[in-house]
Write a protein that binds this ligand. Sequence first.
Ligand code: PGA
Length: 256
Amino acid sequence: MTHDSRPVFAANWKMFKGPRATREFLDEFLVRYQPAVDRRVVFFPPSISVEAFLFAASARPDITVGVQDVHAEGEGAHTGAISASMAVEAGASWSLAGHSERRREFGDDDALVARKVRQILQSGLAPIVCVGETLEEREAGDLTGVLARQVGAVLAAVETAGHADLTWAYEPVWAIGTGRTASPDDAAEAHQIVRSAIATRAGDVTAEQAAILYGGSVKPNNIDSLMEAPGVNGVLVGGASLHAGDFAAICGCRLG
Ligand code: PGA
């Protein structure tokens, strides 16, 4: 895979927007956000809305689509799950892995996240691996330990050749959906910790080139300062990505 260093603006819709709401969103978003060659825009709708998304956005190859989760197995008797290869067949080109809501609600621990990332890479999807500490972990002084453990578990499970294909998202759990954003300084510090953890297992070049997105209450009014923070290579946006106007403003932010 050739290295693409353009910043990523990613929308994680979580369990919002079926096919109809997806079409309505795009009617507005595609008018408000015009293609820009200096950035990448990726949407993670619920998988049941991927087809409607791709159809409605078919005139906009600058926008790509991913799924929010895949099963760690290629196929099998796993009611309710989807596989990475099915996501590819449906037109997805990315998948999230390890989102804190998956870790908390569905038991996706480090080992399972690592297996999912392997499946994602094998199928040819591009993974965005989410890491981040809880408030208790941060207050206990565990920031570095938690991030190093989460990053290390994935890198240890993935073949060296795949290390450069990983995109990361630093998402402090206390900032997700809370309206509390990490300050640009906090984000810069945590991104540096993630980058050092990548360097330890994958080497300096891979670490330097790795895209690390920030996620957690990103809004139109804080996007500029977050994107200016050293080592922030894009954003993963939940709540604000559900509003076409807000997410168009985020994706259209000025880049330094
Ligand atoms: P939020 O979610 O923007 O609503 O905080 C971010 C995420 O969970 O990826």
